[in-house]
Ligand binder design. Structure first.
Ligand SMILES: [Zn+2]
Length: 314
């Protein structure tokens, strides 16, 4: 992603591991990301269930729950929850193919951001594979709405490549209020602009979530907790507008469930996991709205030259 775009598919140079607690379960999870072959995409594999039902692809069409994070579920009913911050990191570093193995039902929350995942992925680095990266190019505008939320995807200008996001959030809380921003990933990197932005929750909701058996692993170590007039975290915010940055991070993680990079302009107003998923479902439901093409103009040129050469011998 960003300035130096890969035109070939990538995988990890070697496996890498981390462990932490699940935000909702509160239990310890061990996670290892393995290199994978061309066209594998990102797949999750649970090691705590029998091997024949353990694989859950990171795809928009198996998203089963979006209320407190994004959960995917395979046809055997095996789920993986809270995948979005890891998916955002995987998108952010430009990783196309990997198997994410974990021994529980939820990706560890780490510090509530994508930074620990970016760090571990960068520690081992990427390896290029001998196949072009396929990129989804959007051909027409698709918009979905849900109450006051809007999610829109528009074609890039002619000849433009890359991902641009405009986003606005609005909370009836003086600490957050309205925050709006714009990220052009041809100019900025995910790592610099968004990766450190933490998830957040409201102090008055914490007790209710705990009563429902949720957010059991949540703490000031892995979330910003917003009170009536100030945040409870003593060290303050990592970015002055950390809330909107985190929402943008969530959007990117959810969008990477397309199974590929998307060249387009996105607009989000009061986004959430539900509408992010609805946008992808609407996009893929309309076959005239997109085309899959190899990344990079040089690659297209090379393919055209190769096709001409083949034609000359035909
Ligand atoms: Zn999040």
């Amino acid at each position: 992603m960003t300035k130096s775009k890969n035109i070939r598919q990538t995988t990890l140079a070697s496996k890498v591991s981390c462990s932490g607690i699940g935000l909702h379960s509160g239990s310890q999870v061990n996670l290892t990301i393995y290199p994978a072959t061309v066209n594998t995409g990102i797949v999750f594999r649970r090691t705590d269930v029998s091997a024949d039902i353990a694989v859950v692809p990171a795809r928009y069409d198996v998203v089963s729950e979006t209320r407190l994070g994004t959960t995917i579920r395979n046809k055997h009913g095996v789920t993986v929850a809270t995948i979005e911050h890891l998916m955002a990191a995987i998108w952010g570093v430009g990783l196309d193919n990997a198997v994410v193995e974990l021994d529980g039902p939820e990706v560890p929350i780490m510090d509530g951001s994508s930074e620990p995942f970016v760090f571990m992925l960068e520690c081992v680095g990427l390896k290029q594979l001998a196949a072009p990266r396929m990129v989804l190019r959007v051909l027409k505008t698709i918009e979905v709405r849900d109450g006051e939320s809007v999610a829109r995807i528009q074609p890039n200008e002619e000849g433009d490549e890359g991902c641009i996001i405009g986003i606005e959030i609005q909370f009836n809380n003086p600490v957050i209020n309205r925050q709006a921003s714009h990220y052009d990933f041809r100019e900025v990197t995910f790592k610099q602009t968004l990766s450190r932005a933490r998830t957040f929750g409201f102090e008055h909701e914490v007790a209710a979530l705990r009563q429902m058996g949720l957010a059991l692993g949540g703490s000031l170590e892995n979330a910003i907790v917003v009170g009536k007039e100030a945040i409870l975290n003593e060290d303050g915010l990592r970015y002055q507008d950390e809330f909107v940055r985190h929402k943008a991070l969530d959007c990117l993680g959810d969008l990477y469930l397309a199974g590929c990079h998307i060249d387009a302009r996105f607009t989000f107003v009061r986004p959430g996991h539900a509408i992010n998923n609805k946008l992808l479902r609407a996009l893929f439901a309309d076959e005239t709205a997109y085309v899959m093409a190899p990344a990079g103009k040089e690659f297209e040129l090379a393919l055209a030259v190769a096709a001409t050469a083949v034609a000359a011998y035909a």
